[in-house]
Design a protein around this ligand. Structure first.
Ligand code: NAD
Length: 483
């Protein structure tokens, strides 16, 4: 590939980015837009040899990058954030073309957050990271955060650049070098980002991208003996494979995985707020790991809740994600669309009743799946316990607080939970009993990079955010100085 192809009018390379240059590799695959299932770009299909080259480039670059001062690294991270802000419109339209999420969300929410990820970790590195020295019988203890080495980052397709930069920013801030393997369904903004980082002055080899399939490029990367950290966001089965690959090299892993989070509505709740929060769970066509997809509503208010929810959900507009008035775009890929439909069909066959949607949007065709609400599924059934990762919510009722906690905690996941209640003491009591990395009370998706983020049970291993991120991406050292 010698010419630079364009996607939605923006020049984007489909090649790897290794050691500061474009590398085509041998094989190719076609990237398809979920908006209309048309091909958008030819992408290099990474092999073990491409991964070797990228890890080698990252190892070479580590020698000098790891010795730069905190201030130098912070200033480069700010320059990258400036570059992201300058190319925001390009990033937004390319991401929408690639994964089908709303253009208006990319413009106003997601891409500004990408820039913020870099500014936040740059500032944290300079202003917040240090632990005060302390004394042991006259000896001074000094804690430092040393860079760990080459970090392998493996990321999913549902918020591709946002989730990747939530790892890239702290890894680079810590003085590490990076090899990123983006999801094969959404390879494009990682490639654009490589251009932005290079233009910002990031030295060659500090950031590398190997495109390709999980079972090929991804598997080679996480098993590579030159890697010193693996940070992965994706599904539980892939996490198991990666954990096994990391074991022989004893490489620390950070896992942000799936969820089946509850939204618990007590009878004392503001029902309008509860309904708004419930309808918000269709955002990104339901492809959000944190989505509170299990609506658990106290028996005495369920009729009122259901009526208001259906009236509100009927106003959702499904369509082209580039249109400003669209609320719900397509699913990311045909395979995902079919998987979601399989879950819904099996649930209905097993006795669940679709109160809303329940199948593909036949008017729009393609990958558009109607927002769906299922009621009456049996406790413990597939639809109430497995992650669907689409616009499919379920409705269950509970009798009292004890019953609510029992149902909320009844899956093998523990990513997040949302409570809606007008009673502050109930909010404290219930949130303390929920198994979840994040609990939101009377709100949803309020995120602060200073807060720990991660999942309990099968939703993940480790926490990221603020110093938690540096703890993962660094070899934390204690030096003891005699008096
Ligand atoms: P996935 O596990 O199929 O793929 C994720 C990434 O792993 C892709 O880049 C893929 O190519 C790669 N991969 C696949 N097999 C691999 C292997 N053997 N070795 C190395 N890499 C491999 O997940 P997905 O379908 O892309 O993403 C959806 C999942 O991600 C959902 O479960 C969702 O809940 C989860 N997710 C979690 C969070 C979080 O923060 N907890 C955020 C977003 C998504």
């Amino acid at each position: 590939m010698t010419h630079q192809p364009t996607v939605a009018g923006v020049p984007v390379s489909g090649e790897h980015w290794i050691g500061g240059r474009r590398v085509g590799g041998t094989g190719r695959f076609t990237d398809v837009s979920p908006i209309d299932e048309t091909p958008v770009a030819e992408i290099s299909r990474g092999t073990a040899a491409d991964v070797d080259a990228a890890v080698e480039a990252a190892r070479t670059a580590f020698a000098s990058w790891s010795r730069t001062s905190r201030e130098e690294r912070a200033s480069l991270l700010h320059a990258i954030a400036d570059g992201v802000e300058k190319r925001l419109e390009d990033l937004a339209i390319v991401e929408t073309t690639d994964n089908g999420a709303l253009l208006r969300s990319h413009r106003r929410g997601v891409m500004p957050r990408v820039a913020h990820n870099f500014r936040f970790f740059a500032n944290w590195l300079v202003d917040e990271l240090d632990h005060p020295d302390f004394d042991t019988r006259g000896h001074r203890n000094h804690v430092s955060w040393d860079p760990a080495g080459v970090c392998a980052l493996v990321t999913p397709w549902n918020a591709p650049l946002m989730l990747a930069t939530w790892k890239i920013a702290p890894a680079l801030a810590a003085g590490n070098t990076v090899v990123l393997k983006p999801a094969e369904w959404t390879p494009l903004t990682a490639s654009l980002f490589a251009d932005i980082a290079a233009e910002a002055g990031l030295p060659d080899g500090v950031f590398n991208v190997v495109q390709g399939y999980g079972a090929e490029a991804g598997a080679a990367l996480v098993a590579h003996p030159g890697v010193r950290r693996i940070s992965f966001t994706g599904s539980v089965p892939t996490a198991r494979t990666i954990a096994a690959a990391a074991a022989p090299n004893l490489v620390p892993t950070s896992f942000e995985l799936g969820g089946k989070s509850p939204l618990v509505v007590f009878a004392d709740a503001d029902l309008d707020l509860a309904v708004d929060l419930a309808v918000e769970q269709y955002d990104n066509a339901g492809q959000v790991c944190l989505a509170a997809v299990r609506l658990l509503v106290e028996e005495s208010v369920v009729d009122e809740f259901r009526a208001r929810f259906l009236a509100r959900a009927a106003k959702l507009r499904q369509g082209d994600p580039r249109d400003e008035t669209t609320d719900l775009g397509p699913q990311v890929h045909r395979r995902q669309h079919e998987k979601i439909d399989g879950f819904v069909r099996r649930a209905v066959e097993a006795g669940a009743e679709p109160l809303l949607g329940g199948g593909p949007n036949t008017e729009l065709g393609g990958l558009y799946y109607r927002p769906t609400l299922l009621a009456g599924a049996a406790e413990g059934s597939e639809i109430l316990t497995e992650e669907v990762f689409g616009p499919v919510l379920t409705l269950q009722t509970f009798r009292d607080e004890e019953d609510a906690v029992r149902l909320a905690n009844s899956t093998r996941f523990g990513l997040a939970a949302t409570l809606v209640t007008g009673d502050e003491s109930r909010a404290e009591r219930v949130s303390s009993r929920l198994v979840a990395g994040t609990v939101w009370v009377n709100c949803f998706f309020v995120r602060d990079l200073r807060a720990p983020f991660g999942g309990s049970r099968e939703s993940g291993i480790g926490r990221e955010g603020g110093t938690w991120s540096f703890d993962f991406y660094c070899d934390v050292k204690n030096s003891v100085f005699a008096p």
